[in-house]
Structures are given as structure tokens and as C-alpha cells.
Design a protein around this ligand. Structure first.
Ligand code: PRX
Length: 651
């Protein structure tokens, strides 16, 4: 027997079949779609592409695969903004609400498909008037206001790829991304609201613009009304340009492989990678997954993806998927704790949200805040919950299912990446029996396998998650750097896309994500996943959230150091630390018992909510902190460092 790449230690026995009433109404409640896709995956995707998307010219080739480069639906032409807007208006659904938008201060706007269509056509003309032609890149640096999807769709309408940079990023990050894309125009706003104050986006952009020679024009949306510098000849107010723009704009007929957007993923040290997504394949898979994973009934559902459009989750599941499917969505500008910690539940009650899609980091924060917050509101409109971004610990899943879903809503744990463009591994809620913490199975048409160090398939147990077949919404490369694309994703295992994640398969063939393989700890020769130890900690009733890291250790190679955040009313002390160490040993075995437990009120996270284990490793090993540019709240680390110095150690 060879040593497993990653050990599988955590067992979870609870399971949840789809509730009968849910299954009865669900779009998918039998295996026909899986059978069809197994028989002929290309024919399956071709059918989805023709059913879900309107093409100006039908395609003649489904997939051209010259590893590692794929092209989908060749010969086909289409326009994403036509699919998201015009065809719904033409079908008489112009009055349907596309977005119930809510600003953080409480201002609201109701935007129908007809409204959105009109605004997008005008803004597409604005961009053309500024000299943007098909193929030119447009950068977007905006708060979560309706003009953000308007700008994206206007780009899509004229075939100008967009590059959205999350509004929480710094001037430097913005400048790097503008320069890599050589964008011609920047669309931004004077500011946006976050946790009660205005974030000065235009002022940040001004700093970036000093070092971005490709930018000819800047368009500024007035959101906060704060004073901003406007550079004569370069900077223009959105509302003034819109007044002058012509109202009609024919959508460009674009090739299926036309570049739709770039979205940069930040490596922790290396230069950000401009992930390329194209038109036909991307739209097909986001529309497909949005429809079937969320069991969308567009006439009844009010759907809310509580991510930021600056991340891929927002691109695919706030903008392109829901609009292609003609859904009614909620879009919210601000944070979940403004003005109170019940803001999300208040929004759900007021709009009658039926489907909620959010991240484990948010769910664990809600756990920490306590059940009294959701209990203030009537959440009975909800019928389905989703999770994305990190492994969801079984106890966080149960909390979400019980306290938000009232025990009646299936929870779809969806695994995917910026690079995959759309959901890859997920339950189908009317069909799949759920296990809390498992993303369950690849979707129809998707092929995933777990392999060992040597690239051999693992049937049961832990290893590396790989994708074995091209998929329609896969990244087409890294902008300007095909070699880096090959190296990063296709070189570790011959003929396989390697995603960087560890995973295990249980006895029933369910997939469990185990976190990034870079984070796997080596304790006395055992390869222990951070996710499993964290789940064992969160399993304790007093724990809300935890992050574990391996720190160098003379005896065991690495020792497990656990950073733990307790639930709202709990006072942590030495005895609780001991109790937690014993709890982990009992739950998943003594090898995984943390050497030290450090209690901390918060954990360091990236702006998108992922725990920065690298920083915690630096704290645990007493090093100077590495790069903190993507850290959401720098004060957290100082506090953790003080507590780490004071924590009792098990020598
Ligand atoms: O490690 C996996 C984790 O998030 C990574 C992708 O991050 P990003 O490109 O920012 O996209 C996030 C939104 C799709 C993955 O490599 N991840 C995402 N979803 C899950 C997950 N880990 C476990 N379970 C998930 N459901």
C-alpha cells in the first residue's frame, strides 16, 4: 500500500433525501439527464446550448479539443446581452423585474427587463462614442449598483471584453489589472457604501490612473454625491453621457469563441492571472447550472446571490446566469451587519426571497452572531439554499439548513472556480440525497476524478481533484500567457486539469472537498487536511469558526495549530482549549489533535472571504507577515499575534 496523498479521517453519517414536495415540483427528479450526458456528453451540451441560448447562427462543431485548448460551439454566432435582455423583452416579459436593488443606506430601485435593456443600449452607444470597438477591453471598478451589470452587458453588446476589478481592491491592484488588459476605458463611480461609510472609488482610481497609459476615457457614475476630481477631456459623468447617447443599439453578432471577459485571480505572491472566458460555451453552462442547480422556476422564484459582482460568483450567478434565464433577482450593495446583524434576513422577508446563494464564511459569521438574528424575521419564503467558495463544514451546513432553511430547504454545496466559469460539482436539489459537507457529484456532462500522487485514480479515500474532459465554460487561457496556462493547470497530471484542491471519495462515491492541497499538513508522516480538522472543531457546540495550519515542529514535522472563534455568548478559557483538543481527537483521531488552540475574535480573510492560512502559518511559526494586500481587515492579524504569544502550548 502506498501512503494516501491526503488521509480521509472525518466521517459524517447524516443524510437528507430531497423533501417529497420539493422533488415533486423540481425540474430534475430522475437520472435521465445523467444518462443522456453519459451516453454522449457533446450531444448533451449541444442540446443545452440550443435549448437555453438563442443563436443568430447555429454552430456546426460542438467541441474542438486540442489539449489544453478547447473551443466550443464553433460556427455559432450569438450575443450575450441579446440573450440576457432583448429576447425576454421580445417575448413580452419586459415588465418582469430583473433586479430588486437595495443600497446599503436603504434606498431601493426596481429594474425591469425593459428598463435594463434601455439602459444597456444607451450605455453601449456611450462606449462606442468614446471610441470603444469590438475587441477593445473596458475596465470596470464599481460598487454593487445597477450601473455595474449595465456596464458589463453594454460591453457584451458591442463585443468589448470587460475586466471587472472588485471595488474593495487598492489602486495598485487596479492599475496592475488595467495595464495587463491594456484597457481603453475605465467605468467607475464617485464611491459606494460599505458598512455605513462611503468608499472613495474615484479617488482610488485617480491614483491608479496616474500609471495606466492605455486609458483614454473614464466614465463616473454618481452614487454617493461626494466631491471628486474630474480630469478635463478624460473624465465624464455617466448621467451626462447617457443623456446625449442614442437609445437604440443593435447587438453585435459575435463568434461563439469571442472573448466575453477577463477576470483576474490573485495568486498570493505571483502576478495576477487574467482568466479568459468566452461567449457561447460560458453562457450555456452558466444558464444550465443556474437553471438546474437552483431549480429555477422563473415565474415564481425570487433569487438572491449575496456575492459581489467583482468575483466570478457575481459574474456567473448575479449577472449572466439569472438574466439569461429571465429570473427575478435581489441585488444588495452593502454588508450583512448594516445597520443591524439581521440585514440579510430583513431583505429576505421584505422581497420574499425563495433561493439564497451565499458563502460558508458568511454562514459561520451568522452562527457566531447567534440565532436571535434570523429569528426576528419570517424566512418562510425560502425553499432552497446554496453555498460556494470554501468547503462548508458539516455543522455550518446543519446550522444553515436548520436556522435559515427551517429544516425544509435543500442545501446545494456548489464546487467550482474562477477558472471553471460555472458550477461543476453540486447536488441537484430534487434528486440528490444530501450529506452535510459534501458537494456530492459532478453535474451531468462534467467528468471529475480523484487521483493519487502518481495520477492513478482513487476509488475511495483522499487525493487530488482533477477534471478529465473539457467543459463549455472552462477558461480559454491566461490573458497573454498561454505557457503559464499550460504550466499552472495542465502540467501536474498528464491530460488532466488539476484544480489545486484536495478531495476524497467516500464509500458511497460522494465527493468531499478537502481544501487547497498547499494547505495540507504533514503530521508524523500523515497527510491531514485542514478542512477535516476545522470541521471537527466546528462540530463542537461552542465553536463558530476555525482555521488550522501546520507549523514546523521538531518532533512531528508539522504540528497542528488551531485558531478558533467561539459563538457569541461563550467565554473561551484554557479548559475550553483542552476540551476542543480532546474533541478533535475523539472525532477524527489522536493524530489530528491540535498542539495549540488559540482563541481569536476574528480570522484573517481575503476580501472574498477565504481564510488566509498563509498568514496564520506565519503567525504560528513566529515569522514576519508575508503579503497582506488582499487581507480584508489588517487589525485582525495583530490581535491574533498577541493571543498566539499568550496561548498555552502542549509540548
Ligand atoms: O478551493 C476551492 C474553493 O474556492 C476555490 C476557487 O476560488 P475562486 O476562484 O475564488 O472561486 C470561488 C467561487 C467559485 C476552489 O479551488 N471552493 C469553491 N467552492 C467550493 C470550494 N471548496 C469547497 N467546496 C466548495 N463548494
Amino acid at each position: 500500500m502506498t501512503e494516501p496523498a491526503i488521509e480521509a479521517l472525518y466521517t459524517e453519517d447524516r443524510s437528507f433525501p430531497p423533501p417529497d414536495e420539493f422533488a415533486a415540483r423540481a425540474l430534475v427528479n430522475d437520472r435521465a439527464m445523467f444518462d443522456e450526458a453519459d451516453r454522449d456528453p457533446e450531444a448533451f451540451w449541444a442540446r443545452q446550448a440550443r435549448e437555453l441560448i438563442t443563436w443568430f447562427d447555429d454552430f456546426d462543431t460542438v467541441c474542438e479539443w486540442e489539449p489544453p485548448f478547447a473551443k466550443w460551439f464553433l460556427g455559432g454566432t450569438l450575443n450575450v446581452s441579446y440573450n440576457c435582455l432583448d429576447r425576454h423583452v421580445e417575448a413580452g416579459r419586459g415588465d418582469k423585474v430583473a433586479f430588486h436593488w437595495e443600497g446599503e443606506p436603504g434606498d431601493t430601485r426596481t429594474i425591469t427587463y425593459a428598463d435594463l435593456h434601455a439602459e444597456v443600449c444607451r450605455f453601449a452607444n456611450v462606449l462606442r462614442d468614446l471610441g470603444v470597438a469590438k475587441g477593445d477591453r473596458v475596465n470596470i471598478y464599481m460598487p454593487m449598483i445597477p450601473e455595474l451589470p449595465v456596464a458589463m452587458l453594454a460591453c457584451a453588446r458591442i463585443g468589448a471584453p470587460h475586466s471587472v476589478v472588485f471595488g474593495g481592491f487598492s489602486s495598485d491592484a487596479l492599475a496592475d489589472r488595467i495595464n495587463d488588459a491594456e484597457a481603453k476605458v475605465l467605468v467607475t463611480a464617485d464611491g459606494g457604501y460599505r458598512r455605513g461609510s462611503a468608499v472613495p472609488l474615484k479617488a482610488n482610481a485617480d491614483v491608479a490612473l496616474a500609471a495606466t497609459p492605455s486609458i483614454d476615457s473614464v466614465v463616473v457614475v454618481r452614487r454617493t454625491g461626494d466631491d471628486v476630481h474630474m480630469e478635463a477631456g478624460r473624465d465624464h459623468w455617466y448621467h451626462e453621457l447617457m443623456e446625449r447617447a442614442a437609445p437604440d443599439c443593435e447587438p453585435e453578432h459575435l463568434d461563439s469563441e469571442h472573448l466575453l471577459y477577463l477576470l483576474y485571480t490573485s495568486g498570493t505572491t505571483a502576478k495576477p492571472k487574467g482568466i479568459m472566458h468566452t461567449t457561447g460555451g460560458y453562457l450555456t453552462q452558466v444558464a444550465f447550472t443556474h437553471k438546474y442547480v437552483f431549480d429555477l422556476h422563473p415565474d415564481d422564484d425570487v433569487y438572491w446571490c449575496a456575492a459581489d459582482i467583482g468575483w466570478v460568483t457575481g459574474h456567473s450567478y448575479i449577472v449572466y446566469g439569472p438574466l439569461a434565464n429571465g429570473a427575478t433577482s435581489v441585488m444588495y450593495e452593502g454588508t450583512p451587519d448594516h445597520p443591524g446583524r439581521d440585514r440579510f434576513w430583513d431583505i429576505i422577508e421584505r422581497y420574499g426571497v425563495t433561493i439564497l446563494y451565499t458563502a460558508p464564511t458568511a454562514i459561520r459569521t451568522f452562527m457566531k452572531w447567534g440565532t436571535q438574528e434570523p429569528e426576528k424575521h419570517d424566512l418562510s419564503s425560502l425553499r432552497l439554499l446554496g453555498s460556494v467558495g470554501e468547503p462548508i463544514n458539516p455543522e455550518a451546513w446543519i446550522w444553515y439548513h436548520t436556522h435559515i432553511g427551517g429544516g425544509r430547504c435543500p442545501v446545494v454545496d456548489t464546487w467550482w472556480q474562477t477558472e471553471t466559469g460555472a458550477i461543476m460539482i453540486s447536488p441537484l436539489p430534487g434528486l440528490t440525497t444530501l450529506k452535510p459537507g459534501s458537494a456530492t457529484h459532478p453535474l451531468p456532462g462534467i467528468a471529475a476524478e480523484v487521483v493519487d500522487e502518481a495520477g492513478r485514480r482513487v476509488e475511495v479515500g483522499g487525493g487530488y481533484l482533477t477534471l478529465t474532459r473539457p467543459w463549455p465554460s472552462m477558461l480559454r487561457g491566461i490573458y497573454g500567457d498561454p505557457e503559464r496556462y499550460r504550466q499552472t493547470y495542465w502540467s501536474r497530471f498528464e491530460g488532466r486539469y488539476f484544480a489545486g484542491d484536495g478531495a476524497k471519495l467516500d464509500d458511497d462515491g460522494y465527493l468531499w472537498l478537502l481544501g487547497r492541497v498547499d494547505d495540507v499538513m504533514n503530521v508524523s508522516g500523515h497527510r491531514v487536511s485542514t478542512t477535516e480538522v476545522e470541521s471537527a472543531l466546528v462540530d463542537h457546540p461552542k465553536v463558530a469558526e476555525s482555521a488550522v495550519v501546520g507549523a514546523k515542529d521538531d518532533t512531528t514535522g508539522q504540528a497542528i495549530i488551531a485558531f478558533v472563534t467561539v459563538k457569541g455568548d461563550v467565554e473561551p478559557d484554557v479548559a475550553l482549549g483542552e476540551e476542543l483538543r480532546a474533541h478533535v481527537a475523539k472525532k477524527i483521531g489522536p493524530i489530528s489533535r491540535p498542539k495549540t488552540v488559540i482563541f481569536t475574535p476574528d480570522l484573517p480573510k481575503t476580501r472574498s472571504g477565504k481564510i488566509m492560512r498563509r498568514l496564520l502559518r506565519d503567525v504560528a511559526e513566529g515569522r514576519d507577515l508575508g503579503d497582506t494586500t488582499t487581507l480584508a481587515d489588517e487589525a485582525v492579524v495583530d490581535e491574533i499575534r498577541e493571543r498566539a504569544a499568550a496561548a498555552p502550548r502542549d509540548e
